[in-house]
Design a protein around this ligand. Structure first.
Ligand code: NAD
Length: 470
């Protein structure tokens, strides 16, 4: 396809989106200046000896805003990472944290690497060396800057980073809080792995709860009546797909690096996950047809499209071909500025990244609280709640001759454990944030959920800076 868009960079795309909202909602001009600037960027080039050869690795950590500390943001390992990309992603993190009321500033890091080219032992060495560079230069600690998994990184890398931090700062009693998205054996929290995907599902559920919004956009039915195509079958893609599948929606297409698969009848997501982990591909999954050019799947007919792989996949080149009525951004920055305009002209509903994929940072915040408070959530009150439930049941039964059904008793005496608390906190966050967005949309007469999400964030950050003094 002919490239008709002279491509603005990812950072320019984010800046233009922020600017549009700033001009609509009257933000203090000094604060606007601050928010258009990335506070600091650390660039490191460090040697690692791999199989007797020295290799030089190139990494960055960008800190966008320090109005709240620590700053928070993922660490990605990819061959496309560059300084502009991490600055753009750090800026998105500042706004994302504000949208969902997570009291952190925004940051992002990246290492220029193709992780698939290295064995586990080498990757551990590289990750720990990168972590030590960040720690020594003040870009990684529980109080200042806390990374999390992102593209190309997972629980495993977070564990290695924690180990590097512990060995350099053994006296820091809060060491477990230097990174989130760790395994539960090392201070991670149940539900963090799935949090971003579950948040995407919660965002869509909340949208479908608002009948006025559905009518405005001529959308019929409930979430479970919708057909969905997802791009990216990694952490965000798989967990969005599972949560939506569990909520009865039909996933009809999945696009991955090597190609896509499609089935009008719907894809069994749990079987696909198993298949992918065995075969290392999603292609040739039973009862689906392969789609040779993965990007083409984004233009197939469906109700909801979830780009959950990488930025800049919907551009002026393909915006016109998108048939989905709703686009829910699981990835960061999947729609370029100009494509966003075009899609809005075509009356598409865009549920923006800084809200839709904020479930991850929300649960990361819960994990950080767990680590700094040194106690598992629910540990103190679970048994107490259960005893209380049992006492209430006994009291009711002693004054009535009716038997309470067993499943209701089970529900009533269940004390909330960590998973219950996290799920409830995530759901509540996604619901209240969407309601804030709707209020701002109306208040400032904004034409998209993206603008209303930025409005929520900008107003909160403006207040924070003005109260602290610039
Ligand atoms: P991941 O590495 O686990 O998964 C990304 C998937 O996308 C991989 O399976 C990869 O093969 C696939 N992919 C890469 N290029 C592709 C292409 N051109 N076409 C189709 N598929 C392609 O990463 P992730 O953590 O799931 O992150 C995905 C996106 O979500 C990123 O934009 C990331 O910044 C964003 N995000 C992640 C989190 C999180 O908690 N992990 C939180 C918020 C936002």
């Amino acid at each position: 396809m002919k490239d008709i868009e002279k491509k603005p960079t990812f950072l320019e795309n984010v800046d233009m989106m922020v600017n549009d909202t700033i001009t609509k909602i009257n933000i203090d001009s000094n604060i606007a200046k601050i928010l258009k600037t990335c506070r600091s960027v650390l660039q490191v080039k460090f040697p690692v000896k791999i199989k007797n050869q020295i290799e030089i690795f190139h990494g960055w950590r960008a800190v966008h805003s320090t109005h709240r500390l620590p700053v928070k943001g993922g660490l990605r390992f990819s061959t496309n990472v560059n300084q502009e990309e991490v600055e753009a992603l750090a800026s998105l993190m500042t706004f994302k944290c504000a949208v969902v009321d997570v009291p952190f500033g925004g940051a992002k890091g990246g290492l220029l690497i193709d992780p698939k080219q290295y064995d586990e032992e080498s990757l551990e060495k590289i990750t720990k060396k990168f972590a030590r560079e960040l720690i020594r230069k003040g870009y990684l600690s529980p109080a200042r800057d806390v990374p999390a998994p992102d593209m190309g990184t997972s629980q495993r890398e977070m564990g290695w980073i924690l180990d590097a931090y512990k060995s350099l700062r053994p006296d820091d009693i809060n060491h477990a809080a230097c990174v989130t998205g760790k395994s539960t054996d090392h201070g991670g929290i149940k539900g963090r792995l799935e949090a971003t995907g579950r948040g995407v599902c919660e965002a869509l559920k909340e949208f479908f709860r608002h009948s006025n919004e559905l009518t405005k956009h001529s959308i019929d039915g409930t979430l479970s009546d919708q057909t969905i195509i997802i791009q990216g079958f990694g952490n965000v893609g798989i967990n969005s797909a599972k949560a939506l599948y569990d909520n009865g929606a039909r996933i009809i297409g999945v696009a991955e690096r090597e190609g896509g698969i499609f089935s009008e009848d719907g894809i069994d997501i749990y079987q696909l996950e198993k298949y992918q982990s065995e075969k290392q591909t999603i292609l040739n999954f039973p009862n689906t047809q392969n789609v040779k050019k993965s990007i083409d799947l984004l233009s197939y007919k469906c109700d909801i499209l979830i780009p959950a792989a990488l930025e800049g996949v919907i551009t002026l080149n393909n915006a016109d071909t998108i048939q989905a009525k709703i686009i829910c951004e699981g990835a960061n920055g999947p729609i370029t500025y100009r494509a966003n305009k075009k899609l809005l002209e075509k009356k598409k509903v865009i549920i923006p990244d800084i809200y839709a994929n904020a479930g991850g940072v929300t649960v990361s915040y819960f994990e950080w609280i767990r680590n700094t408070s040194h106690i598992r959530m629910g540990r103190l009150n679970k048994r107490y709640e259960e005893d209380r439930g049992e006492a209430i049941i006994k009291a009711i039964q002693s004054i009535s001759d009716k038997n309470i059904p067993k499943n209701l008793i089970k529900q009533l005496v269940h004390g909330a454990n960590e998973e219950d608390i996290i799920a409830s906190g995530l759901e509540d966050t996604m619901r209240t944030s969407f309601q804030d967005m709707l209020e701002n949309k109306e208040k400032y007469d904004l034409d998209s959920y993206r603008m209303s999400a930025y409005a929520v964030a900008l107003k909160k950050i403006e207040k924070s800076y003005l109260e602290l003094g610039i």
